[in-house]
Design a protein around this ligand. Structure first.
Ligand code: KG4
Ligand code: ZN
Length: 355
């Protein structure tokens, strides 16, 4: 019988605009990690188009799985189980990846593990750094904005989420208003970095800090986006755009700091004896240097450590799904062919489902 540390799990991810497959072992080794991005297909629409995404996943999935096996120098017979994202996400894409996973599992008589995509993000620091439970997680991407405590495998406490747009979505919409390519977050950040007087920028372009100072850890970004839109004029020059980008980035950073501060206080309350605790961030927005710097300063004052897995494990990928599969396999949390594809699947439901 295979030792639990020797297991090799194939992970498949297709919930948004990345078709990805990876093979990960029980010893935290990533034997392969193939990610095919569809950004080019969606760019001209300024956002991810679900029908185009589903079709592209369908065209890519077999090839991507084959490449993951080839890169790991393995055949399907060598794997011990198949994990695939079953949600949350764009349902057409989720179905494509899940069905590919189930087909391989049933064809080769291997266990199938249906993975919650958010759990993949939450567990990735355990793959990259062997992080021990409990820890705080800040998940900030084009699709998610959540703060939660990972108490244990499948035991996640949601402290806050967005009431409207995701933070990455807000960056992307502002990017679009400023005439930048999609997805705009990176380009807004590049513009903001050219600003040499952030105070003047904040004064010239006054923007709200939604929910700052309020109870709890929730976020809201649609008001900020609308406020940015009100400042957009036809005669804006490059310097105006730089200043507006900087003012917007600072507004987001202020909100992040305020909400994360509240989350740290809740975490410290739950675990008063834990000395050096970690807060880990994932998702594309975690790459933002201004936000990272502000959050690092904040966590320092609380004697916490702010870390992020390497960028290729922060953005959507198959390795995080394979790893969630490894963790679940080790605990005997195996699914069967009745696992459903779900567009919505809050993390808190995992604990109920395990009972
Ligand atoms: O995790 P991710 O790659 O994928 C999905 O959400 O699917 O996150 C992408 C998001 C986009 O909204 C993108 O604009 C944003 O992350 N992003 C950034 C930066 N780099 C990527 N936002 C702000 N600053 C950045 N440097
Ligand atoms: Zn994601």
């Amino acid at each position: 019988m295979t030792q639990q540390t020797d297991i090799k799990i194939l992970g498949i991810e297709s919930s948004c605009d990345e078709t990805a497959a990876s093979i990960v072992t029980g010893k935290r080794e990533i034997l392969s990690n193939i990610v095919s991005s569809q950004i080019k297909d969606h760019e001209r629409f300024g956002g991810v188009v679900p029908e185009i995404a589903a079709r592209a996943h369908m065209e890519q999935i077999e090839l991507i799985v084959d490449m993951a096996l080839k890169d790991a120098d393995m055949a399907l017979d060598d794997i011990d189980g198949v994990a695939a994202t079953c949600g949350p996400g764009l349902i057409g894409g989720v179905i494509v990846g899940m069905m590919a996973g189930k087909t391989i599992a049933s064809m080769k008589n291997k266990p199938f593990i249906g993975v919650n995509h958010l759990e993949g993000h939450v567990l990735s620091p355990r793959l990259s750094d062997g992080m021990a439970f409990p820890y705080l997680v800040l998940l900030v991407s084009g699709a998610h904005t959540q703060i939660l405590i990972a108490h244990d495998l499948g035991d996640y406490e949601l402290l806050g989420t967005t009431l409207d747009d995701a933070v990455g979505e807000c960056f992307d919409k502002v990017g679009r208003m400023l005439g930048l390519p999609f997805p705009g977050g990176k380009y807004v950040a590049e513009l903001a970095a050219q600003c040499n007087d952030r105070k003047a920028a904040a004064q010239k372009f006054q923007l709200p800090r939604p929910l700052k100072g309020r109870k709890g850890c929730d976020f809201s970004f649609s008001g900020l986006k609308t406020a940015v839109l009100r400042h957009i004029t036809d005669d804006m020059d490059k310097n105006d755009k730089i200043m507006l980008a900087a003012a917007m980035e600072d507004a987001v950073a202020d909100v992040m700091v305020d909400r994360v501060k509240k989350a740290i206080e809740i975490f410290k309350d739950r675990y008063p004896d834990k000395n050096k605790s970690h807060i880990v961030s994932g998702g594309g927005v975690a790459a933002n240097i201004t936000i990272k710097k502000r959050l690092t300063d904040l966590t320092d004052t609380y004697n916490m450590i702010f870390t992020a897995p390497p960028a290729h494990l922060c953005t959507d990928n198959g390795a995080m799904i394979a790893w969630a599969g490894v963790e679940r396999f080790k605990r005997g949390l195996i699914d069967d062919m009745s696992a459903k594809a779900r567009p919505r699947w809050p993390l808190q439901e995992l604990q109920k489902e395990a009972k």
